[in-house]
Design a protein around this ligand. Structure first.
Ligand SMILES: [Zn+2]
Length: 1033
């Protein structure tokens, strides 16, 4: 095979081969220099600049002015449209002809009014193929349009990727010409590249690496770059090497094309639509040429965007979905954050996603796909299973800063015991390039389940507008499908991969509980307005659905607002994308997100927003429920009776307080009832204030801290000895890089109490139904805290209504409560349940959780006594030893330089209790804090009315909505919240004829009717189980 012996000098042989394909050295005589043949300028090039993202039809009507290559245009976020007239020389007959287009702006080529090719230099896509092999009958004169977005793949960060965008950046086209592309050179270059990489990857210890070295050296000997007829000998030498096969036991890498597109991040939502268009049209072009190429694609929202913006492209996608090449994955509306969305929001991510994929493609996703999210709730396995999904793919835990996650392929067991087969691709990436290093060492070495799992995923392709895979990546992978020394590589699909893993899963380990990411823990707090918008809108949609469901039963003419609600839900779900709700996005995205919650900015446009459109829906439902007259009534959307002080308007329209008693999921007129024990407020001689409502007694210092908080009946003090509760703290908050994302462990060393009093404590409400005091603290020259501490009659908790004027830089504001409780674990609410995390720092796994997330409450309890810290829009907590801390505000400067600047309003509450938090109704109190009783007009003779009630406090009726597929049917969703096995009876006064169990996608289970007796519907729950019922009216 070789024509003479070779000297034993590995280095010179290797470098010789490298230089033979170098695009820097010796291009005058090496193979790389022959990649392109002749070139030819364009006939003409003209441009038109638009400040908006306009349609092709609109753009093509504009007047275009001549453009010279290298002329600049901009600024950032504008669009430059080019009209390209070209004429291919006749002499190029038989050649492959490309339009070469290099620009620093992401581009789309349009031909015959259709998008045909995405071009992004950063994604190695600079060629539009005009002809594979030019024939006389092909058109030689062509007019194209190129739409160039004034942003790069990662937006336009000023100086660094995650810096806030430079709004004045200029862009240009650096190359626009016709070229002859020598495909045979490309093929041979790929042979060389793969062999050289095998030499390097296998190193000096492997016999096989030397075989690759001598092969590639002999190929240089055989190949004369100036004589294409010499290529085939070199190519067949490479082919012989690649064809030497593995044994049967070799690991199999399942290669799937992918293009992770963040639905918004360093660019706004609107640009994402074009990123999807550019990337997916590129994928379709590759599919036309490579019938075996498979591409996985998540996020129903992105498909919906492409459907409405690029209908032609969408039907091509439908065609390739049918062929099994373009595979919708994930089953969710967007790739959402895995921590912060509520349980019901997560259900809706799947409901909207799966229904969309089913309707548009006839597909049901069997895997959940979330490679890039900052942690995964322990309730996800049950929600996946309930949505018909039993496989899960991610990789983000490879980013852990402290501990290495021990598995790549394992069963993940959730809070309720549901299990899903889970795979983290051992390459720790969803953007591989199909290179030898991607399928070689990584797979052999990184796989932590060697001998247990012999299959793994390789996701390859540029993400975020890089346009996904390239032909080169496919060519690389094709060469090494079964090459001795490398894992086998097969074009695959999630289905094939998981079937292999499932079939051979006997030895797989199980991980129980949440998948906590030991990084990006600042995302529980950053962009507080988005978090508040999310929580409040989740609450609002909950209430609208319940009121509308009741209206549906009360008033035959009432139309359940199906479409409007779907639109509002989709906005909420979109904002739960994994760079939006975490707050890791640029300011433009924050503005969009806040506008979706509340459309104050663009009110003149027909843009929907959840709060105002939602308020109208709620009003409509209440009217159908009989809301008229001029007495005040109260609507309770929660499944227990509430007895609370609320603010109403008196007869003269002035604000007044009333103590109301409202039945479970029902309403009641306001009949002013006096509390058994009124609140007393006493200003003491030393300036402190004592408040007492018969359940709680507190002493508040002049600076607003709590000197004492006593649970009267139990005679227990909640605040730790010689400590103060409600202590505000400031920390320096300078992470290592990911500014909006990360709060590092060392910030804890910079703790400084906020001590400076601007306005000392004064009494605002002097008691009766409500006692309250207020004070103002100074954080710095620019920032202040004003707080009202509220004690209501009959309330087991004290509320802290807080306003912060915040203009800090790289600071973290928290509030802490050192409490008189000793326990190794604290409990945090998560989706449809709660979990415990340690309060100590024994192991690295414990201390890596120095900042954690929770939903509406966290609790620290010892036997028979505990303290809960509730909140109405916060997510960041920490409990260390006996100190409970709620994270309030951060001030990162990238990627949004103005993140969190301004005025913030939020409320938290402290609730000491006897018994367990379950028996003390901490869960219900946290709901009460988040779901205010809503007042509406009623006639004075309105009778209190309840639609649903449930026999045990352990079970919470979370959702009531109209069924997706049936008009006269409701879906109700309940969950077991205490962590107990329990039997519950659901009672309803609604005219329910039949009841069936259904899954989270509302598919009714014909084998499981729910029997209705005169008592109601009796249901058995295991701990944290979610149960959905279809109620036929
Ligand atoms: Zn992402």
């Amino acid at each position: 095979m070789y024509h003479q012996p070779v000297l034993k000098n590995r280095r010179t042989l290797l470098e010789r081969a490298e230089k033979f394909i170098s695009d820097i050295y010796f291009t005058d005589c090496n193979l790389r220099g022959r990649l392109y043949g002749d070139s030819c300028p364009l006939e003409s090039l003209a441009s038109f600049l638009s400040s908006k993202r306009i349609t092709f039809t609109e753009a093509s009507k504009q007047t275009f002015a001549p453009y010279k290559v290298a002329d600049t245009f901009g600024p950032t976020w504008w669009t430059c449209w080019f009209k390209v007239n070209l004429k291919i020389p006749d002499s190029w007959r038989g050649k492959e002809v490309h339009l070469l287009w290099e620009s620093d702006g992401e581009s789309m080529v349009w031909r015959d009014e259709q998008p045909v090719q995405g071009l992004t230099k950063e994604g190695e896509k600079t060629s539009y193929i005009l002809s594979d092999c030019l024939k006389d009958e092909e058109p030689h004169s062509v007019t194209l349009y190129v739409e160039v977005a004034c942003n790069g793949l990662f937006g336009a960060g000023q100086g660094s990727m995650i810096a806030s965008p430079d709004s004045n950046r200029k862009f240009s086209v650096q190359k626009a010409e016709l070229v002859v592309f020598n495909r045979d050179v490309r093929e041979l270059l790929t042979d060389f590249e793969m062999l050289i990489d095998i030499v390097k990857e296998l190193g000096e210890g492997e016999q096989r690496g030397y075989q690759a070295l001598f092969t590639v050296n002999e190929m240089v000997n055989l190949c004369d770059p100036s004589d294409p007829s010499s290529f085939s000998k070199a190519h067949s030498l490479a082919h012989t090497f690649f064809s030497q096969r593995n044994g049967d036991s070799q690991h199999t890498a399942h290669a799937m094309g992918h293009c992770h597109i963040d639905s918004a991040w360093l660019w706004p939502y609107e640009e994402t639509i074009r990123k999807c268009g550019r990337s997916w049209v590129t994928v379709i072009r590759l599919m036309e040429k490579n019938p075996e190429f498979v591409f996985t694609c998540s996020q129903a929202q992105q498909f919906q965007w492409v459907k409405s913006w690029y209908p032609g492209l969408f039907s091509q996608i439908q065609h390739y979905v049918k062929k099994g090449q373009f595979i919708p994955v994930g089953g969710t509306w967007v790739e959402m954050d895995g921590n912060l969305p509520s349980g019901e929001s997560m259900v809706r991510q799947f409901l909207e996603g799966q229904r969309f994929f089913n309707r548009e493609f006839g597909i049901h996703c069997k895997e959940f796909w979330l490679p890039d999210t900052f942690g995964y709730s322990a309730q996800l396995p049950q929600i996946m299973q309930g949505s018909g999904i039993s496989n899960f793919l991610t990789q983000k835990l490879s980013w852990n800063l402290v501990n290495t996650f021990p598995h790549n392929t394992f069963f993940w067991e959730g809070l309720d015991g549901s299990k899903v087969l889970t795979h983290f691709p051992p390459g720790n990436s969803y953007e591989m390039k199909g290179k030898v290093e991607d399928v070689s060492l990584v797979y052999v070495k990184n796989n932590k389940d060697k001998g247990r799992a012999n299959h793994s995923a390789v996701l390859f392709g540029f993400g975020d507008g890089g346009g996904g895979p390239t032909q080169l990546m496919l060519d690389r992978l094709n060469r090494v499908q079964d090459t001795d020394g490398l894992p086998k590589v097969q074009t695959s699909s999630p289905d094939k991969l998981f079937s292999h893993l499932q079939a051979d899963s006997d030895l797989l380990c199980t991980w129980t509980g949440e998948l906590f990411l030991e990084l990006h823990n600042g995302t529980y707090t950053t962009q507080a307005q988005i978090k508040r918008g999310n929580r409040q809108c989740e609450t609002l949609l909950h209430d609208i659905e319940i009121a509308s469901s009741l209206a549906l039963c009360q008033d035959r003419t009432f139309q359940y607002p199906v479409e409007k609600l779907q639109e509002l839900w989709r906005l909420l779900l979109l904002n739960q994308f994994h760079d939006v709700i975490p707050g890791s996005c640029i300011e433009m995205v924050v503005e969009d997100a806040l506008r979706y919650y509340e459309g104050t900015v663009l009110k003149h446009c027909t843009v929907l927003d959840i709060r105002s459109d939602g308020a109208a829906l709620l009003h409509g439902a209440c009217r159908a429920l009989g809301s008229k007259g001029n007495s005040t009534g109260v609507f309770n959307s929660l499944p227990w009776e509430r007895h609370e002080v609320i603010q109403i308007q008196d007869g003269a329209g002035k604000p007044d307080l009333a103590l109301v008693r409202v039945p479970s999921i029902g309403f009641s007129p306001v009949r002013d009832t006096q509390p058994v024990v009124p609140v007393s407020v006493t200003l003491q001689a030393n300036g402190t204030v004592l408040m007492d409502n018969g359940m709680l007694q507190t002493v508040i210092n002049k600076d607003g801290t709590l000197a004492s908080l006593c649970l009267i009946n139990a005679n227990r003090e909640a605040i730790s000895d010689s400590c103060h509760g409600n202590q505000f703290l400031m920390f320096d908050d300078v992470p290592l890089y990911w500014d909006a994302w990360d709060v590092m462990d060392y910030h804890l060393q910079t703790r400084k109490p906020v001590l400076e009093v601007v306005q000392p404590l004064r009494v605002v409400s002097s008691g009766g139904l409500r006692g309250s005091v207020s004070f103002t603290l100074r954080i710095s020259d620019k920032s202040t805290i004003t707080q009202e501490i509220v004690m209501d009659a009959m309330s087991p908790y004290i509320k802290f209504n807080t306003e912060v004027k915040w203009a800090e830089s790289h600071k973290f504001l928290k509030v802490e409560f050192p409490v008189r409780v000793h326990s190794p674990n604290a409990t945090y609410e998560i989706q449809f349940g709660h979990l415990q995390r340690p309060t100590h720092r024994n192991t690295s796994w414990d201390w890596a959780r120095f900042e954690v997330w929770g939903h509406k409450w966290a609790d620290l309890s010892e036997h028979n006594f505990g303290v809960a810290l509730l909140n109405d829009c916060k997510y960041g907590y920490s409990v260390h030893k006996n100190t409970m801390t709620l994270s309030l505000l951060r001030a990162p400067k990238a990627p949004d330089v103005n993140a969190d600047m301004g005025t913030h309003h939020f409320t938290y509450a402290i609730m000491p209790h006897t018994g367990s938090f379950q028996d003390a109704s901490v869960i219900q109190c946290a709901y009460n804090l988040n779901f205010p009783l809503r007042s509406f007009q009623c006639t004075p003779d309105t009778e209190p009315w309840s639609a649903f009630s449930i026999s045990t406090a352990a079970v919470i009726l979370e959702t009531i909505k109209q069924a997706e597929e049936r008009k006269r049917a409701l879906v109700v969703r309940l969950y077991e919240a205490h962590g107990s096995s329990v039997t519950a009876t659901l009672c309803t006064t609604l005219p329910v004829r039949e009841a069936w169990h259904c899954d989270l996608l509302e598919r009714h289970d014909a084998a499981r009717p729910a029997h209705i007796t005169s008592e109601g519907i009796t249901l058995n729950f295991s701990p944290f189980q979610i149960v959905s019922l279809l109620l036929i009216l």
